[in-house]
Design a protein. Structure first.
Length: 311
């Protein structure tokens, strides 16, 4: 056997074909993508243009400035506001994580079912966090930082944004760690427990409700807090989370049914592609979340400078 053949042999000891050869390059470029996204991201466009337009169209009135008149209206508002808040970095990361899981089943329906199974476990983690948070809001919501209102003061970070910085910072660091773990740069606590990984990712999605300053989310929060009903709070926030992922679920089902076979073949051609796609999505989303909520937010409060195109 020649030297070239030995170097090309997939059976070389110590070589894992399921990992990219240049793992830190994947991390670097994914981190750069996350940073650039913070520069380009416009909260006003995502929240007002997309979020408010979707909610106003589906509800038939000004969703943000119209009082929630009753439990039925609150239930409907909870789901619609979650649907309007679909575009989050966490959802994008979860989509990228689940894409390599698309099965190689022979039919589109079988692939769709194989894809929806991990999505079901993701919903378990998400619903658990949402329900617990809703109960807490129903019990003590009026005393929580997120309930506070009033004009923002330049140079001062209000309590509810401090809450957002802490919660979203932890979510971002968690996604970043999972991205590094997908490349085996750090230990993977879910290496033998893929179901637990999906439950944990679902908990991160549910965690986006905690302190998110999206006006429609806050409107729902205030309504649940003022009612003081833990059961209503739990139901409302669960519905809000379910609305938050319904678009992603539909897209995953379509991708699995229509393009799943092609995607599975593309991923299988190079064994390292699945781990690369998974890691890239999580690292990019993690870096974006940390930089946007813990660094760029300070620039928004006129405390530091950050290279953002939009305010």
């Amino acid at each position: 056997m020649s030297i070239a053949e030995i170097q090309a042999s997939p059976e070389q000891p110590g070589v894992d074909e399921t990992l990219p050869r240049r793992r830190w390059r994947v991390v670097w470029w994914s981190a750069v993508a996350g940073f650039l996204l913070t520069v380009l991201w416009s909260a006003r466009f995502v929240d007002s243009v997309i979020g408010d337009t979707v909610a106003n169209s589906l509800l038939g009135h000004d969703a943000e400035n119209t009082a929630i008149s009753g439990i039925g209206a609150g239930v409907l508002f909870a789901f619609i506001s979650g649907l309007a808040g679909t575009f989050t970095a966490c959802n994008i990361a979860v989509f990228g994580t689940m894409a390599p899981m698309l099965g190689r089943a022979p039919t589109g329906w079988d692939r769709t079912r194989a894809t929806l199974r991990p999505l079901l476990w993701l919903s378990v983690g998400m619903v658990a966090v949402s329900a617990l948070y809703g109960v807490l809001v129903g019990l003590v919501g009026t005393s929580m930082p997120q309930f506070a209102s009033g004009p923002r003061t330049p140079g001062v970070v209000p309590g509810y944004l401090v809450q957002s910085m802490v919660v979203f910072g932890l979510i971002g660091l968690s996604m970043l760690y999972l991205g590094l773990a997908a490349l085996r740069i750090v230990p993977d606590p879910f290496a033998e427990r893929p179901t637990a990984r999906m439950v944990f990712l679902g908990a991160l999605v549910g965690g986006f409700l905690i302190g998110r300053p999206f006006p429609l989310f806050r409107h729902m929060f205030v309504d649940a807090a003022e009612r003081g009903d833990p059961l209503y709070g739990a139901g409302a926030f669960v519905l809000q989370s379910l609305g938050n992922i319904v678009v992603m679920a539909v897209l995953l089902a379509l991708v699995a049914g229509v393009f799943g076979g092609r995607l599975a073949r593309w991923l299988s051609r190079t064994p390292s592609r699945a781990s690369t796609v998974t890691a890239a999505g999580l690292v990019a989303a993690g870096v974006f979340t940390v930089l946007y909520w813990d660094v760029r937010l300070l620039a928004f409060m006129d405390l530091i400078w950050y290279p953002a195109l939009w305010r």
